[in-house]
Design a protein around this ligand. Structure first.
Ligand code: DGT
Ligand code: CA
Ligand code: CA
Ligand code: ZN
Length: 576
């Protein structure tokens, strides 16, 4: 049986490998897979058990894609994907993470220089062989070399972006849950703490039948190589070389196991020290005084035994949370329930948007929002942006829809593009036509720290700007963020009242948790956004909130945890 996350992972891999095959991420076959993913993500129900005629009813899903989903369900494999995997092994695919190496260039590197993996690429760079290829040069050769260094793609410290493992962890957990006798299966470790990069996947399974679990796990399609199996632990490697550790515990010990395997190590060590101070012992099996169990069934009981507040997983990084929880002074973190709307939200007015205005409005109502700001791209963003005239027509549609959907308030907004000197789209007067603007960087990532900082500070001065979107422009594990004088930017934000966005897209998670925490100290306002481009993206709000928790963010500092009137006041105040 194929569930949503299995299907999405299969399609994502097909899209990635097909882009290599076609030599372009824009190829129509690639777009077809991406459209199908968008449709399935936005589909209101899981796709388990659907027939072919049900599947093709889903927006973006064609007959060929439906067949592949059914094939995956029936055989556990997809022959098209298997043949692409043969042609493009993981070591080659990994090279796509390097900025400047698109499918077309990779194809050329492979055919002209025989480059198959990172080692081959590094040797070719050392031998100065890239610079002679068409479209490349000494400069791009040097850029690629720097990118390899900055990405840390090699060595034992290599980490995988959360975005690449999140779906896999969910698939594994739901497959584990389906095994007879399993009561619970929870991804722990850095995934549960919502770290943006992951060393390996840890899943804790509660069951009285550990033998059955390890037997079933060895038959999972993700298992490429077994690292170890026996007793309560099974470890394997996926095709991409990612390690998965699955540990079984008795249901009565699930609390202490979750606590132990969620970590972080620093957090655990601090708790263990507390136990030692009281003459107790804390392990994955429980909190003990001699032979007597003090607590083991839930994490809450264990924290309670230490006379501490419960520490939410994103805080368990050894950043002062143990001390704060012991004093009863943990901040009351923002939760998904506090969020009243989304202020960075696209529809198909943007070239890269996939859902209509109506679909995005209905999705917002479904998410329980009181308001959304449609922030389609400004005119300066090549291909995806809209002219002033198009925006005015768009405004008319939004105003009409606002009336026909009395349950939600709609803002006519824009995602302004911050140019290399801080210049913005349209002219200053036209920008004030928008009810709400988020301004973000989409190009010129290599400027000096001084110039990047000046660029942001200039954009902040514009009275139409209410928030700065994805501050650093990073893509986790693929593109480092721009260099910024963070203190200067935070000072600018706090003086102007412009909000700092926490962008919930899993590959962005930007501003970073470090910057969030510093921004709280600097009295900066925040907004947590999804930057949705289709209805399947709304789940990013949950990611944004969890990531913001890592930065210790509280609801009182979050603009979109406030009622609609407060959003209007915030924009109005910027304009007077
Ligand atoms: P990762 O995998 O590098 O992204 O980070 P984690 O935090 O998932 O670390 P991992 O996979 O090595 O271990 C999972 C959890 O197990 C970790 O967060 C805490 C716990 N743990 C592992 N090794 C130790 C240890 O030596 N001492 C203690 N106290 N806890 C440990
Ligand atoms: Ca881990
Ligand atoms: Ca581990
Ligand atoms: Zn956007």
């Amino acid at each position: 049986m194929v569930n949503r996350s299995d299907a999405l992972r299969m399609l994502a891999e097909l899209a990635k490998l097909t882009a290599l095959e076609e030599g372009s991420p824009q190829a129509f076959k690639v777009r077809a897979y991406e459209n199908a993913m968008a449709g399935i993500e936005g589909h209101p129900r899981d796709i388990e058990g659907l027939t072919k005629s049900d599947l093709v009813e889903i927006k973006g899903v064609g007959g060929a894609t439906a067949d592949k989903i059914l094939e995956l369900g029936e055989t556990g494999k997809v022959s098209k994907l298997e043949s692409l995997r043969e042609k493009y092994p993981p070591a080659f695919v990994e090279l796509t993470k390097i900025p400047g190496l698109g499918p077309k260039t990779l194809k050329m590197l492979r055919s002209q220089l025989g480059i198959e993996d990172l080692d081959g690429l590094k040797q070719a760079i050392a031998a100065e062989r890239l610079r002679d290829l068409p479209g490349l040069g000494e400069k791009s050769e040097a850029k690629i070399a720097t990118a390899i260094e900055r990405l840390g793609l090699h060595g034992k410290d290599r980490r995988t972006p959360l975005v690449e493992v999140h779906g896999l962890a969910l698939s594994l957990a739901s497959r584990l849950m389906a095994i007879d006798g399993v009561e619970d299966a929870v991804p722990c470790g850095s995934i549960r703490r919502f770290s943006e990069t992951i060393g390996d996947i840890d899943i804790v399974v509660s069951t009285m039948e550990p033998g059955r679990v390890s037997e079933e796990v060895l038959g999972f399609p993700e298992v490429n190589e077994v690292v170890g199996s026996g007793g309560t632990k099974t470890s394997f490697l996926t095709r991409e070389g990612l390690q998965v550790d699955i540990r079984t515990v008795q249901p009565s010990q699930i609390g202490s196991a979750l606590l132990y395997f969620t970590g972080s190590k620093t957090h655990n060590i601090a708790l263990r020290q507390k136990a030692i101070d009281r003459g107790w012992l804390l392990s994955e099996y429980g909190l003990f005084e001699g032979d007597e169990v003090i607590a083991s069934g839930t994490e809450e009981e264990i924290y309670h035994a230490f006379e501490m507040q419960f520490v939410p997983p994103p805080l368990r990084e050894g950043g002062g949370e143990v001390e704060a929880a012991s004093r009863g002074e943990l901040p009351e973190l923002i939760t998904r329930d506090d969020i009243k709307g989304d202020l960075h939200y696209h529809c198909d007015r943007s070239g890269d948007g996939r859902s209509t205005l109506e679909e995005m409005i209905e999705a917002a109502i479904g998410a329980g929002y009181q308001y959304v700001a449609f922030t389609d791209h400004g005119e300066n963003l090549a291909i995806n942006g809209s002219s002033a005239e198009e925006m005015l027509a768009h405004r008319d549609r939004i105003r009409k829809l606002d009336e026909s959907y009395p349950g939600i308030d709609l803002l006519f907004g824009c995602e302004l593009n911050i140019g290399p000197k801080g210049e913005l789209d349209y002219d200053a007067d036209f920008r004030l036509e928008f009810d709400y603007c988020v301004a973000s960087i989409h190009s010129h990532f290599d400027l000096s720290e001084d110039r990047q900082t000046a660029r942001i500070l200039t954009a902040l001065q514009d009275p139409a700007v209410s928030a700065i979107g994805h501050l650093t422009g990073r893509y986790v594990g693929r593109r480092p963020g721009v260099e910024l004088d963070v203190d200067a930017v935070l000072e600018g934000l706090s003086i102007t009242g412009v909000a700092l966005e926490v962008n919930g897209a899993l590959d962005r998670l930007d501003a970073t948790s470090e910057v969030i925490r510093r921004a709280i100290e600097s009295d900066v306002m925040f907004v947590i956004d999804t930057d949705s481009h289709h209805t399947g993206d709304l789940k990013r709000m949950d990611f944004g909130v969890r990531y913001a928790q890592r930065g210790w963010l509280t609801a009182d500092r979050v603009l979109n945890a406030r009622p609609f009137s407060a959003i209007r006041e915030h924009s109005a105040r910027r304009r007077t």
